[in-house]
Design a protein around this ligand. Structure first.
Ligand code: HEM
Ligand code: HEM
Length: 362
């Protein structure tokens, strides 16, 4: 088996990388598409969506590594010439699509990675190498710009792959020539050099510049209309109990809660949860016990519902007036609603308060 390309055949390295890269792209694409579509479905569970996004990003990074190797090999090895029997326009158009596909292997995963690295808490890449990127700050505006580029570039990639596939099918079924067998078996064919090859390269790169710029512009336009556009979810309490040295006593006190999540839940789920439990003037015996122990009349909880908490845990602080203590809540939200369950330890006592809230997206 010949390892390197020659002018009339593809070497084993090029062919192996071609098919592995194609496979990774064919897995990453539907994962990204399905995750993004599910995100907008009211019944989808966030945990499911985050797992899909994590899988998407991880496979996308594999595609990037393979794509990078592919581009390096292509630059270092001889370029295989087009088959002699192909028409001039076919050769020119195929070459344009090939150049654009090479660029896609870098632009598509890199723009996805930059989107991920600049966003605050999101489905993690399944690897131990950290989630950020050097010199890439976490910023909403950057997220929107990179996501705009990722969005536009994945659409362009889909178009390129369709054209590329159509060409492969045409040459196999209609022309019945050696095109596909060159890339699968590595067979050698009679070739001819491509005239005006540079024009194909320049056209492909110009198209990519247009795609990246239009994606960046559409993304940055989005951010101004979306950032700060919070949706107030409706909250109903389902239970509140005082745990006194292991014994649970239900409480009859006023509890009010606010849950705000950005309207654009497409990319992030960062929101705030603010719960106030009023003990003032409470006649309930459990509430009185709590007042004795804490000297507090107001308990306030502020937490951030963050996409990185895909295990459903939200952390925040409880304000007891004279002191604050940390709290964590179990959150199981889908796009339409769900349950938030919190447990708050009262400082310097054996007491804790447990409550459960039902959240509904209006
Ligand atoms: C089932 C899907 C695919 C098929 C059947 C296929 C088939 C082929 C064939 C037959 C060639 C050789 C063309 C020639 O000799 O003129 C080729 C080249 C190429 N393919 Fe694919 N391909 C597929 C998917 C992909 C994907 C997903 C990518 C990248 C995202 C890709 C990137 C390339 C590139 C860059 C070349 C040019 C190789 C060179 O430098 O000459 N292909 N493909
Ligand atoms: C060849 C590799 C990749 C392909 C084919 C691909 C494809 C896609 C597709 C089709 C979507 C849904 C449509 C969209 O909103 O853009 C998407 C979304 C997304 N992908 Fe990728 N992707 C790749 C690599 C990556 C990588 C490596 C990462 C991060 C490490 C990533 C992060 C994302 C993110 C964060 C979104 C959501 C973007 C948004 O909020 O609009 N992708 N990707």
């Amino acid at each position: 088996m010949v390892r390197n390309n020659t002018r009339d055949s593809y070497g084993s390295l090029t062919r192996t990388l071609h098919w592995f890269t194609a496979f990774a792209v064919f897995v990453a694409f539907p994962l990204g598409f399905i995750a993004n579509t599910l995100l907008q479905s009211p019944s989808a569970s966030l945990t499911q969506v985050f797992t899909l996004f994590s899988a998407h990003k991880t496979v996308g990074i594999v595609a990037f590594a393979l794509g990078l190797a592919r581009v390096i090999v292509a630059l270092r090895q001889v370029r295989t010439d087009p088959i002699r029997t192909h028409r001039f326009w076919e050769i020119w158009f195929a070459r344009l699509v090939h150049w654009a596909l090479y660029a896609a292997l870098l632009v598509v995963p890199l723009s996805g990675w930059l989107t991920h690295a600049s966003s605050e808490g999101f489905a993690p890449i399944f690897w131990p190498l950290g989630q950020g990127l050097p010199f890439v700050p976490r910023s909403e505006a950057l997220v929107e710009t990179f996501a705009g580029i990722h969005n536009a570039s994945t659409k362009f990639l889909a178009l390129l792959v369709l054209l590329h596939l159509a060409g492969a099918i045409k040459h196999s079924l209609i022309d019945q020539d050696e095109t596909l067998r060159r890339m699968t078996l590595g067979v050698a064919t009679e070739t001819r050099p491509l005239p005006a090859a540079v024009i194909a390269l320049v056209t492909a790169m110009a198209l990519w510049v247009a795609v990246v710029v239009s994606g960046a512009l559409s993304g940055s336009g989005q951010s101004s209309s979306v950032v700060g556009d919070q949706v107030e979810w409706q909250i109903e309490r389902t239970s509140i109990v005082l745990v006194d040295a292991g014994t649970e006593r239900s409480m009859d006190v006023d509890l009010s809660a606010r849950l705000s999540i950005p309207a654009n839940t497409q990319r992030r789920f960062n929101g705030t949860l603010d719960v106030t439990i009023l003990l003032d003037n409470a006649e309930d015996s459990s509430a009185l016990l709590l007042m004795d122990a804490t000297d507090a009349f107001l308990i306030q909880l502020l937490g951030v519902i963050s996409g990185s908490n895909n295990n459903g845990t939200v952390t925040g602080d409880v304000d007891f007036g004279s002191s604050t203590s940390p709290v964590s809540c179990e959150v199981a939200l889908s796009n339409s609603g769900g349950v938030i369950a919190c447990s708050v330890n009262v400082p310097e006592s054996e007491l804790s308060v447990k409550f459960e809230l039902q959240a509904v997206r209006p």
